[in-house]
Structures are given as C-alpha cells and as structure tokens.
Design a protein around this ligand. Sequence first.
Ligand code: ADP
Ligand code: MG
Length: 260
Amino acid sequence: MTGPPDSAFAVDESGAQPLVETRGLVKTYELGGETIHAVNDVSLSIERGEYVAIMGASGSGKSTFMNMIGCLDIPSAGQVLIDGIPIESMTSDDMAGLRNSKIGFVFQQFNLLARTSSIDNVAVPLIYAGIDAAERRERAIAKLEEMGLGERLLNTPAKLSGGQQQRVAIARALVTEPLMLLADEPTGALDTQTSMEIMAIFEQLNASGITVIVVTHENEIADHAKRRIEFRDGKVIEDRIVTSRTIAVPMGGAASEVVT
Ligand code: ADP
Ligand code: MG
C-alpha cells in the first residue's frame, strides 16, 4: 500500500486525535418528492479503545451513521474525520484502503460468500490488501482458530450454524488487524445463547485494544458496551458512559456477570 506520509495510513499512535469524529454530520435521501433526514446534524467523538453501543428504534439513522463513519457511504453535509483526517480530503483509493485495512465490518446477515469455504471467505480482505496466497491462507486459518472454528475451515456457510457464520464474518473483519470493529445488529439473526457468545468475543477484542462500535436496538446487547449513544429521528438524544454493564464470558459459557 502506498501513500504520502500524511495519508490515512500514517496512523497517529499517540492517540492525540479521536479515532472517529463527526462534525455536523447529515445524510438526506430524496424519496417521492420528500426529503428524509436519515442523520441530522450529529457531532461526536469516539476515542481509541472505546466500546460503544449505538441505540435507537428502527429507522432512527443508526445504520446510516455507521456506514458513514465506516467510509461505506458519503455524507450529504458535515464531516467525518478518522484519526483527525477528514475523509472528504482522501482519494477514493485512500478511502478504500482505510476501509479495508483499518475498519472491520460485521453485519446482521453475515454477508459471507456462498459456496466458498471459511478460509476463502476470511481471506477476501487480504486479496485487496495485496497479500500473497500462502500468507492469506495462513492468516485466515489463524483468525478462524482464534474464533474457535479450527474444525470448520473448509465448510461453506450453508454447512455452518448462524453463530458459526457470524464468527467467520468476525474473523474476516479482523484478518487485516483493524483498529476498529463496526458491527450493525450483529446478533439480530441469532438466539440469546449464541448472541452472548458473540458479545464475549467483542468483550475480548475490546480488552485487547480494538475499538468496538455496535449498532443494536436491543438493551441486552447495548448493556455490554461502555458508552451508549441513542439516536432518534437522525439525531443523538442521549450519549452517556455506562456505569454498570454486563460482561459476557468467553465461548462455551452461557453465564454473564454484571459489574459496576
Ligand atoms: P436504522 O439503522 O436505525 O434502522 P437507517 O439508518 O437504516 O435506520 O434509516 C434511517 C432513515 O433513512 C429511515 O427513515 C430509512 O427509511 C431512511 N433510509 C435509509 N437508507 C435509505 C435509502 N437508501 N433511500 C431512502 N431512504 C433511506
Ligand atoms: Mg439499521
């Protein structure tokens, strides 16, 4: 990956800048002659190492906001800054590189390639990163093993449970060693027990230093985060540090404990 020293790839290790900052962020859609303010003037900062839940009812703007801070979508107005760098100042190549190497995405429906093995699904971001085939395979296997999927390396998604598919998707999100994980309703298609396993993975990832941002409309999921940001009608109506949260224990255990 090439780029000038002041490009998005020159990560500011001092952490002097917020990892993500939005300033007056707006996204509007024109629909049937009407303007929908999906995100309406949102200004906030997320620091490195945070664990944030983005809450709100369906249609409140959570996914639109997440897609903009993840460089998947372009604002109608306002700014997104990653490590202090406004994304509108980046070339589309810079933005794609940032999205591919610094940000991991997890979605409700897993978004895995059908008829493709776990290894090949997880290796996809490494193709874009220009990593050779042998290293792609090695790194994909290592991530799948970390996710407890060492026995499922060659399975296609159809041969995996929902929880296993989501763990493949998390391995894919992490294989480039990103700074932040953006998860949009990651447990929306999973039962309670499996959801707790996914939350235990997020807990460990955040403990290891990865910034975790989870979109959810469920309180039981949001209760795991250290900060809660609530949207309504495209605006932030609450943003607070959680003083008592649920900690999900690692895989295999259904238990979870509450700490203050
Ligand atoms: P949430 O993720 O909180 O359910 P969204 O961000 O998906 O909410 O949507 C916020 C609002 O923007 C909703 O009113 C939705 O209908 C609208 N919206 C989202 N995406 C589009 C789109 N591509 N075209 C038109 N309207 C959209
Ligand atoms: Mg959504």
